[in-house]
Ligand binder design. Structure first.
Ligand code: C2E
Ligand code: CA
Ligand code: CA
Ligand code: CA
Length: 275
């Protein structure tokens, strides 16, 4: 197989040509889907553990891709990253989420996933600013979820983008915390992160003495750096109890609420307030 890298297609596949052809077909259809606004966003509620308060939604891209069937973001986001579509996809996602949120009342933070390739783009912060202005969305209510892999290269551009956004009041969440290898050194040397998200692979190991020690260690570390801890992928009451005991601040997961269309979010906000 050909070397893979940003902007290059892997044209030939070791086994058959089919996976490569599927990727090309997806890239093609995704380009059209972006032009015709055929994607949508789903929103997963995030709750504060101590109070049950509805504090935020995480915006997750959805594509009910016509002839290709349902294609999930785990498949189409990496394809967008390799075919030059991640910047338009990221801009579309942020704009859509800011517009959708106008339907909800009560202050809820909106958290949007951002690809490392977007952060390495020198115009990223300016593009976010332009979309916030255009949609009248307050920067203080926006959070961006980034992964540790952003630190690997081009740190100056990434730092500059994050610094500009952070100074505007945008929160920064470190997603999939603990899965990579550089997270520790960067949260200590680069104080721009506000939240860490405990990866769902750790949450799914709960309960048990060792996984509980891992979660407690993450919480202790986060406290030392004044970071708020969010757990993702909470599926059982036992997991939720462990997270609460460990001092985790916020949680999201199928147990609490699944990702939902924009039109359902207000009812979830109201349910949290009255129940
Ligand atoms: P992520 O940011 O780590 O998002 C969490 C994933 O876990 C989401 O999958 C969510 O639907 C799923 N999830 C939520 N609760 C549970 C649970 O209780 N159990 C389990 N097993 N899973 C749960 P989804 O929506 O398929 O997204 C997959 C990944 O695609 C995301 O992982 C994120 O990295 C990426 N992604 C999604 N939307 C966007 C986007 O707009 N832009 C970018 N750059 N990436 C996106
Ligand atoms: Ca995320
Ligand atoms: Ca904020
Ligand atoms: Ca994750």
């Amino acid at each position: 197989a050909k070397e893979e890298g940003p902007g290059s297609y892997q044209v030939f596949d070791e086994e058959t040509g089919a996976p490569a052809l599927r990727r090309l077909a997806i890239a093609d259809a995704l380009r059209t889907a972006l032009e015709t606004d055929a994607l949508s966003m789903a929103y997963q509620p995030v709750y504060e553990l101590a109070t049950g308060r509805f504090v935020a939604v995480e915006a997750l891209a959805r594509w009910n891709g016509s002839s290709l069937g349902v294609v999930g973001p785990d498949e189409f986001v990496p394809i967008a990253e390799r075919s030059g579509l991640i910047v338009p996809l990221g801009e579309w996602a942020l704009r859509r989420a800011c517009l959708d949120s106008a339907q909800w009342s009560g202050v809820v933070e909106l958290r949007v996933n951002v690809s490392p390739l977007q952060l390495r783009h020198p115009d990223f912060a300016a593009s976010v600013t332009a979309i916030l202005d255009e949609t009248f969305f307050p920067a203080q209510q926006l959070g961006i979820e980034i992964t540790e892999s952003i630190w690997v290269e081009d740190t100056e551009t990434v730092k500059r983008n994050l610094t500009v956004l952070h100074e505007m009041g945008v929160s920064v969440l470190l997603d999939d915390f603990g899965v990579g290898h550089s997270s520790l050194s960067y949260i200590t040397r680069f104080p721009i992160v506000d939240y860490v998200k405990i990866d769902k692979s750790f949450v799914s190991d709960l309960p048990g003495p060792q996984p509980e020690s891992v979660v407690s260690a993450i919480v202790t570390l986060a406290r030392a750096f004044d970071l708020t801890v969010v757990a993702e992928g909470v599926e059982t009451v036992a997991q939720l109890d462990c997270l609460r005991r460990s001092g985790c601040d916020m949680a999201q997961g199928f147990l609490l609420a699944e990702p939902m269309p924009a039109a359902s979010v207000q009812a979830a906000i109201d349910a949290a307030t009255t129940g």
